[in-house]
Write a protein that binds this ligand. Structure first.
Ligand SMILES: *[C@@H]1O[C@H](CO)[C@@H](O)[C@H](O)[C@H]1NC(C)=O
Ligand SMILES: *[C@@H]1O[C@H](CO)[C@@H](O)[C@H](O)[C@H]1NC(C)=O
Ligand SMILES: *[C@@H]1O[C@H](CO)[C@@H](O)[C@H](O)[C@H]1NC(C)=O
Ligand SMILES: *[C@@H]1O[C@H](CO)[C@@H](O)[C@H](O)[C@H]1NC(C)=O
Ligand SMILES: *[C@@H]1O[C@H](CO)[C@@H](O)[C@H](O)[C@H]1NC(C)=O
Length: 224
């Protein structure tokens, strides 16, 4: 009797274990997947960074409709914007004009290639970009910043690894502040304006008065 009395709880104990085990086999993988997904969500846009991007957009004239997808909450899904999947921070801003020409003939007016006004962002670069402190890639090449100076505040985007401002109608001195970008590996300030443009605007180019600031760029691998 005693024995039998003991066996029954044993049996039900092992049944319970079995049930628990099969429950675990079914449920745990699902649970694990769910918690993994929670830990590595496609984190959506940080509100402050979204505001900064919209402010930046407001400073620009977008005849090319490059920024037409820049609406709604999730700035990480906007065209040209790439965020960290883990943190949701904006890491990449690729606003290269869609009208880059691969071969360029120095004796033809650049405007003939760029179809003035329709192919480029114009306007000014709003300092709200400073908010994007995790930005490591910025490409504004082949746009038209109307012979303004390269903004000094770009020098505060200290995580930049890649900065491409080539052929974007920047003029004046290249700000020494770019020398603060100690993580920069690629810097492209190429400015091959066409020859007509050069005669029309002899001072309408970015110029370098000294190269000392380059010494602040220990990571630099590529310079144009
Ligand atoms: C993350 O994004 C990918 C592709 O956009 C999608 O397949 C996946 O379901 C998303 N995961 C979560 C947790 O939202
Ligand atoms: C620019 O686009 C507008 C309409 O979007 C068009 O009417 C105009 O002809 C275009 N200009 C050039 C130079 O392509
Ligand atoms: C650049 O923008 C200025 C106005 O801001 C305009 O006069 C000029 O034609 C534009 N150049 C090109 C190539 O689009
Ligand atoms: C910068 O952008 C232009 C096109 O807009 C491209 O041809 C060039 O290779 C880029 N520079 C670097 C260093 O990637
Ligand atoms: C960045 O560089 C400029 C000029 O080289 C300098 O005046 C400024 O103090 C620097 N800013 C920081 C935050 O290091």
């Amino acid at each position: 009797m005693r024995l039998a009395h003991n066996i029954i709880p044993m049996a039900s104990y092992s049944t319970i274990s079995m049930i628990f085990l099969s429950f675990a086999l079914f449920v745990f993988p699902t649970f694990e997947r769910a918690s993994c997904a929670a830990a590595f969500t496609n984190a959506t846009c940080i509100e402050r960074e979204r505001e900064a991007l919209l402010e930046f957009k407001r400073g620009l004239v977008d005849n090319s409709n490059l920024l037409s997808s820049w609406v709604g909450d999730d700035c990480c899904s906007w065209k040209g914007v790439r965020c960290s999947k883990r943190t949701g921070r904006v890491q990449k801003l690729d606003l290269r004009s869609p009208c880059v020409v691969s071969t360029y003939f120095i004796n033809a007016p650049l405007g003939a290639f760029l179809k003035p006004g329709n192919c480029t962002l114009t306007g000014h670069i709003h300092p709200s970009l400073i908010e994007l402190q995790h930005l490591n890639y910025l490409d504004l090449s082949w746009n038209n910043f109307s012979r303004t100076k390269i903004p000094e505040f770009l020098g505060t985007l200290s995580n930049l690894v890649y900065l491409n401002l080539s052929n974007s109608f920047f003029a004046g001195d290249i700000p020494l502040h770019l020398g603060n970008l100690s993580n920069l590996q690629y810097l492209d300030l190429t400015n091959f304006r066409d020859i007509y443009d050069f005669f029309l605007h002899p001072s309408g180019f970015s110029t370098v008065n000294n190269l000392e600031w380059l010494s602040g760029l220990p990571s630099l691998k590529h310079l144009d």
